[in-house]
Design a protein around this ligand. Structure first.
Ligand SMILES: NC(=O)c1ccc[n+]([C@@H]2O[C@H](COP(=O)([O-])OP(=O)(O)OC[C@H]3O[C@@H](n4cnc5c(N)ncnc54)[C@H](OP(=O)(O)O)[C@@H]3O)[C@@H](O)[C@H]2O)c1
Length: 268
């Protein structure tokens, strides 16, 4: 599917992977609807898109507020005669041990509200248009860490797993009506999100431009899944032997955190 002339609604477009994906898609002639909270940053991305000779409209919206999503989607539907794809990329990540979350149920509520409910709400609002057109592609962004379980991200990973499950239901129920879906399982990517964790400063990560390329691939080729081979293998092993696969790698992750922390201490 060529992106030239396709209208793509992209959430989380003000920063990181979303902002880079907007530019890459603009280079391929896509028309972009950029959604996030920060209007000034969205305007900067809009200008970069326009500098590529492509169209971009901005839709500032807090995607953790269902009423705001309703208003935003209504505006997009009113202003855009055709919408070809929705990329649910906006998210918030929390790195915190479960043991330190005992009085923090709100961590789980907030991540689910944005990462899962926000994405589902936007999808439900655009689905009638997709059905009317006879086509529509939904890209949902997840993480390698739902394929190979890692510690410390329980609220975040649960919200992403819920989104994956919703995506499978959407495909299974509505695939025959022209709805297609892709789940993208990113590994660690160097962005403002991953940079919030100090010890990750010296961790090897995917470049943000490469990650943006995965979103382009999701919109162009529309596969069910984009993931690293390690993630695909992790999914198979996790399904076959959930006990050992959940338990055995944990000392490795603890060791890696210790190594990263000591590297940070040495190098600053
Ligand atoms: N970076 C990684 O290592 C990594 C790894 C695996 C998966 N991912 C996934 O990749 C996607 C992009 O992440 P990133 O690393 O590019 O993160 P990022 O740079 O922090 O960008 C997050 C985006 O989400 C938007 N956002 C956050 N809260 C929002 C809200 N309440 N309403 C509307 N928009 C909101 C932000 O815009 P505003 O602040 O302007 O609202 C921003 O545009 C996410 O789904 C993330 O879970 C990232």
């Amino acid at each position: 599917m060529k992106l030239n002339g396709q209208t793509i609604v992209l959430t989380g477009a003000s920063s990181g992977i979303g902002a880079e994906a907007a530019i890459l898609m603009a280079k391929r002639g896509a028309r972009l609807c950029l959604v996030a909270r920060r209007e000034e940053q969205l305007r900067e991305v809009q200008q970069r898109v326009e500098a590529e000779g492509a169209y971009a409209a901005i839709y500032p919206c807090d995607l953790s507020d269902n009423n705001a999503i309703e208003a935003c989607a209504t505006r997009i539907l009113a202003e855009q005669p055709q919408i070809d794809a929705l990329v649910n990329n906006a998210a918030h990540s929390i790195r915190r041990p479960i043991e330190q979350s005992l009085d923090r149920l709100h961590d789980f509520e907030r991540t689910v509200q944005l990462n899962y409910i926000g994405a589902v709400a936007m999808t439900l609002k655009l689905l009638p248009r997709f059905l009317e057109q006879g086509h529509g592609h939904v890209v949902n962004i997840s993480s390698l860490s739902t394929q190979i379980p890692i510690p410390l991200f329980s609220a975040y990973l649960a919200s992403k797993s819920a989104l994956e499950s919703f995506t499978r239901s959407l495909q299974a129920e509505m695939g025959h009506q022209g709805i297609s879906t892709t789940v993208v399982y990113f590994p660690m990517v160097r962005t403002p999100m991953s940079s919030r964790t100090a010890i990750y400063k010296y961790m090897p990560m995917m470049h943000v431009k490469k990650a943006a390329g995965w979103i382009v691939e999701a919109c162009e080729k529309r596969p069910a899944r984009i993931a690293r081979p390690m993630g695909k293998l992790g999914s198979v092993l996790l399904a076959a032997a959930p006990g050992p696969i959940t338990k055995l790698p944990q000392p490795l992750f603890r060791g890696m955190d210790q190594l990263l922390a000591s590297r940070l201490k040495k190098k600053g």
